[in-house]
Write a protein that binds this ligand. Sequence first.
Ligand SMILES: [Cu+2]
Length: 96
Amino acid sequence: MKKGIMLAVFVFASLFSQVAHADEITVAVKGMVCSFCAQGIKKTFLRKDGVEAVDVDLDKKVVTVKTKAGAALSDSDVKESIVDAGYEVVSIERKA
Ligand SMILES: [Cu+2]
């Protein structure tokens, strides 16, 4: 009986972690050159629901977006934010 409960808890926890995991999205961006660009992109992303953190690497021209647990940010959401900020998306990569 105890084993059954343990198993149920384990199954539930692993299911839950799949649903509520946060995404890490790496976006290669064309056109950003200075810290003002970086700030603009950060602000645009942070206005979106479900965005936990944004990191901009100006050397690599890469923006890393972390979503909140359980939140989803689609590729078109990502694209929209970059374009709204005035830049161009080169590629989008996701890491679960
Ligand atoms: Cu700039």
